[in-house]
Design a protein around this ligand. Structure first.
Ligand code: SAM
Length: 272
């Protein structure tokens, strides 16, 4: 039998379709999410409903975002879920989550076994709506979860760690082997919980500046910051801002990146 065939659906690689079929893992994820009846849960990529069914059982209403037209159509005629589901057949990257929270009258609880090919840009999209989001639970490649939670002085620490930790508290939940999916992905997976801070620990005045500094530092992560950020800060300025110029991108904490970004935003002439 074709390994891509699951419940009569031929998995589409371009949509990152790897369907969960391991009952124990599904139970563990749903317990970690802990959905309560009147909450505003939103699932990204419900697929064939492996997580959707047990979550919908506990709710009166559930919003799902599914790009694959065939899968969205299957959900629309699902025997016991159809009356509870609001189906948005669209790319999750184009969803206005703030408008959705407003429509549902409360902050969203977003979850999903994400298509791995777009998981990082999708998280960046969601980070721009953290004021409208209560929490997020995602299945991701284990390596991406390692990057999300990594602290300074480690190989996994990078731009994604800094940007994610700027917005959210991040808690790894469980690891999931390839055998829990059909078709089995080539990599290990893990579930992570992201809880947006109600008060940012290190607010910056201009996020673009933080994004720019972190990408320039980490794009040349083997260089000292004296070199990688040399066009933005002099050595003396770095020292004054508490950064040793011989440090590398991975030695700088989130708080320090935010401090650099705020200083640079206050000195726009330095940014040319
Ligand atoms: N939730 C199901 C499960 O756990 O078995 C399916 C997970 S599968 C890894 C990812 C799902 O996301 C697929 O149903 C796929 O069609 C959907 N998808 C892919 N790209 C998407 C996008 N840009 N927006 C919304 N859904 C997307």
């Amino acid at each position: 039998m074709d390994k891509r065939l699951h419940q009569g659906h031929l998995a589409r690689k371009r949509f990152g379709q790897n369907f969960l079929h391991d009952g124990n893992i599904i139970d563990a994820i749903v317990s970690a999410i802990h959905p309560l009846p009147d909450q505003a849960l939103v699932e990204i990529g419900p697929g064939l409903g492996a997580l959707t069914e047990p979550v919908a059982e506990r709710l009166t209403q559930l919003t799902v975002i599914e790009l694959d037209r065939d899968l969205a159509a299957r959900l629309a005629t699902h025997p016991f879920m159809q009356s509870k589901l609001t189906i948005l057949q669209q790319d999750a990257m184009t969803v206005d989550f703030a408008a959705l929270a407003q429509q549902l009258g409360q902050p969203l609880r977003v979850f999903g076994n994400l298509p791995y090919n777009i998981s990082t840009p999708l998280m960046f999209h969601l980070f721009s709506y953290t004021q409208a989001i209560r929490d997020m639970h995602f299945m991701l490649q284990k390596e991406v979860v390692n990057r999300l939670v990594a602290g300074p002085d480690s190989k996994a620490y990078g731009r994604l760690s800094v940007m994610a930790q700027y917005y959210c508290q991040i808690i790894p939940v469980l690891e999931v082997p390839p055998t829990s999916f059909r078709p089995a992905p080539k990599v290990d997976s893990a579930v992570v919980r992201l809880v947006p801070y109600s008060q940012l620990p290190h607010p910056v005045s201009d996020l673009q500046v933080l994004a720019r500094i972190t990408s320039q530092a980490f794009n040349q992560r083997r260089k000292t910051v004296r070199n990688s950020l040399g066009h933005l800060f002099t050595q003396a300025q770095l020292t004054e801002l508490g950064i040793d110029p011989v440090m590398r991108a991975e030695n700088i904490t989130v708080a320090q990146y935010c401090h650099l970004a705020n200083w640079l935003a206050d000195h726009p002439s330095q940014q040319e």
